[in-house]
Design a protein around this ligand. Structure first.
Ligand SMILES: [Ca+2]
Ligand SMILES: [Ca+2]
Length: 668
């Protein structure tokens, strides 16, 4: 009885010790630590084994626009216009979003000081600062600089509490407001609803925009440079207004982008509860957008283009637009819902682009929010996903297909591969809802890969599954169709979660971090080869990743995030995989294997991906606590792991120095 209590207490201590860096290791972990310390010496107190955020061993986890630029597609949207030379017929033409403007950072020497109060200008340059009166009323046209005169540290907040009226702009002119570094411009609550047309605000790096109430931009243009922050409860862009963000914009509630070709461009980080497009509203993301609830696209004139990572809980596309384009990575945490009116609309994914969603509703049956937060029910109807070469549409849960539309034979409602190489529609489960003229069409260069897929059948004369343009049941890999998986590899990239596990033409830059581990069999001075498992991590979101196993040079049962490594490699436990061990000793070679995991934190750079090894009939975790001998290490994905029986120190002589000083560069 006593011993059972002791075991229980010990188990508790171990499970609580993951990050305390010191006490609470079990006997196997402790003897490993002793062997490590006797071999390489006591680690430095701040040695974080490559997992620290300031380390040089792994690439930064917060991606910027440039990280996507090398991987993204380049499909352009079109806009509708009426051709005055051709009887005002409606036509489309290529549309290009505005690009980043210049941001002046100081007032010119000839600027005239503005002390406050009503004033009208016919051109010229003025400046104001925190000493300007709280009544700001500037009309006509001019350039106006808002600067910080005080020398205190931190930003000065300028809020014109009596009045903020910049407008009544002379015909054909504009007022430009240049907010300079060190200034937080606060739009007062009373005047927030009264920003004027033909006024452009430029926020330089180091400045901020704050408003405590909903901020409508009616033909007002706001440009936020890099290193700016925007803090607003709600944002409405209307009548040709522009919100161009290169910094960090936190919109607590919703963003609406409405009529008159209103525009939102994000080159930085944009966070909001929902994003709703109406009329001819236009949205372009080139970096990171995170929407915690709905993204709604419900007008035929909307333009929505994603060139970066756009993450949303729900994505509801319920209109017909030719310009809903994903050139990079769209991540939908819950439901991607689509129902378009006719064959001229589609959701387009350019070559190499990826969509990752939990569930997909094609056509119906689903209930989605409209712009007024009402529930709208869809029961069947057209949907179409057009995919370029090596584009991936991945559904981790259920894809419910319900096109049922009469035009399916001509418009090919469903999934269509339009590139020179194949695209992939992957789902855990594909079901059909309803009966009509067909639930889905698979067309062109397309593979379907599903854990389950409804069988072919007929509703009267109409098949459930239509095949067009060279696609056939030969392209569908699922129980009851082709066995195995389609012969295509899509490498993971910042734009694509990847498909197929073979390394192929994969470049190491496609992964975020490589983890090398040492099981607990190493003895003092021997077998510290750190190849007992080697895997790469590619983050697909802040909380999920694709793991690619590279090597397993150990002979103990070992799991990564609960997945048994030897069985995934299709190898016996006594076999050592991809570490150049002689065959007579059990050395084998295998292709890399990938799987997806969730419930992790990207900021921990792989430290929280649990590796367990079974020794002496007990599962023990391989730890990497700061300042304590580690059994797992984070390295760059270009790191060459050691061959079997080769000590890490003989390949990397500076390893020992690095243990005592994390600034030592121990490999290239
Ligand atoms: Ca080893
Ligand atoms: Ca080994």
């Amino acid at each position: 009885m006593t011993s059972m209590v002791a075991v229980f207490v010990m188990g508790m201590a171990t499970s609580c010790s993951h990050d305390d860096g010191g006490s609470g290791y079990d006997a196997l972990q402790s003897s490993y630590i002793t062997a490590f310390n006797n071999t390489f010496g006591q680690p430095a107190e701040d040695q974080d084994w490559g997992f620290g955020t300031g380390g040089t061993n792994t690439r930064g986890m917060t991606r910027s626009m440039a990280d996507y630029a090398d991987h993204k597609g380049s499909m352009q949207p079109v806009e509708w216009y009426q051709d005055s030379n051709d009887g005002w017929k409606w036509k489309t033409r290529v549309y290009t979003f505005p690009s980043a403007p210049e941001f002046p950072t100081d007032k010119p020497s000839n600027a005239e000081y503005y002390a406050g109060g009503y004033k009208s200008f016919n051109g010229g340059t003025i400046w104001m600062d925190e000493n300007t009166s709280k009544h700001v009323e500037v009309q006509g046209y001019c350039d106006m600089y808002v600067v910080k005169s005080g020398t205190g540290s931190g930003n000065v907040t300028i809020e014109s509490t009596s009045k903020w009226y910049v407008g009544n702009v002379a015909y054909g002119q504009k007022i430009r407001v240049f907010v300079c570094p060190g200034v937080t411009l606060k739009i007062p609550t009373n005047d927030a609803g009264n920003l004027q047309s033909k006024v452009e605000y430029y926020f330089a790096p180091g400045s901020s925009l704050i408003c405590d109430t909903r901020l409508p931009l009616n033909d007002t243009r706001i440009y936020m440079a890099t290193s700016t922050t925007t803090t607003v409860p709600e944002l409405e862009v209307n009548n040709g207004g522009i919100f161009y963000n290169m910094g960090t914009a936190n919109i607590a509630g919703k963003i609406t982008v409405e009529n008159g070709n209103s525009i939102i461009v994000n080159d930085g980080e944009l966070n909001a509860t929902s994003l709703q497009t109406k009329g001819s509203g236009r949205v372009e993301n080139n970096a990171e957008v995170t929407i915690s609830d709905y993204t709604i696209i419900n007008s035929n004139y909307n333009i929505w283009v994603n060139n970066g990572h756009y993450k949303t809980k729900y994505f509801a596309y319920t209109a017909t637009s030719s310009s809903v384009i994903n050139n990079c990575f769209l991540e939908v945490e819950e439901n991607f819902m689509m129902n378009i009116a006719d064959g001229s609309g589609s959701f387009k994914i350019d070559a190499g682009g990826g969509v990752l969603t939990k569930n997909f509703y094609g056509g119906g049956r689903f209930t989605a929010k409209d712009n007024n937060n009402n529930d709208v029910t869809f029961n069947g109807g057209p949907f179409k996903i057009e995919m370029g070469s090596k584009a991936l549409f991945k559904v981790t849960g259920t894809a419910s297909l319900n096109a049922l539309a009469s035009g399916i034979a001509t418009a090919h409602y469903g999934f269509e591969g339009v590139g020179s190489d194949y695209a992939v529609f992957q789902a855990d489960k594909v079901i059909k809802e309803g009966l009509g003229e067909g639930n889905v069409a698979y067309s062109g260069r397309l593979y379907v890969s599903a854990g389950e897929h409804f069988a072919q059948g007929y509703s009267g004369q109409y098949p459930f599954i239509h095949y067009y343009d060279g696609c056939s049941e030969q392209n569908v890999y699922a129980p009851g169709f082709q066995s195995g998986t389609p012969a295509i590899t899509i490498n993971p990239s910042p734009c694509n979660p990847g498909f197929g596990g073979i390394s192929g033409g994969r470049g190491p830059e496609d992964y975020d971090v490589r983890i090398i581990a040492e099981d607990l069999t190493a003895k003092q001075g021997s077998d510290f080869d750190f190849n007992d498992v080697v895997f790469d991590v590619n983050y697909t979101s802040a909380t999920s990743a694709t793991i690619t196993l590279r090597a397993a040079g150990g002979t103990l049962p070992l799991t990564v995030a609960g997945h048994d490594v030897h069985s995934l490699f299709n190898a016996a436990e006594k076999e050592m995989i991809n570490t150049n061990a002689p065959a007579r000793d059990g050395g084998v070679e295998r292709d890399p294997v990938s799987f997806d995991i969730t419930g992790i934190d990207r900021d921990l750079r792989g430290k929280d991906i649990v590796i367990l090894v079974k020794k002496d009939d007990k599962w023990v975790e391989l730890m990497a606590n700061k300042g304590v001998a580690a059994a797992k290490i984070a390295v760059k994905p270009t790191f060459q792991w050691c061959d079997e029986y080769v000590n890490i120190e003989s390949v990397y002589p500076k390893f020992k120095e690095w243990v005592k000083n994390k600034d030592v560069v121990w490999y290239e």
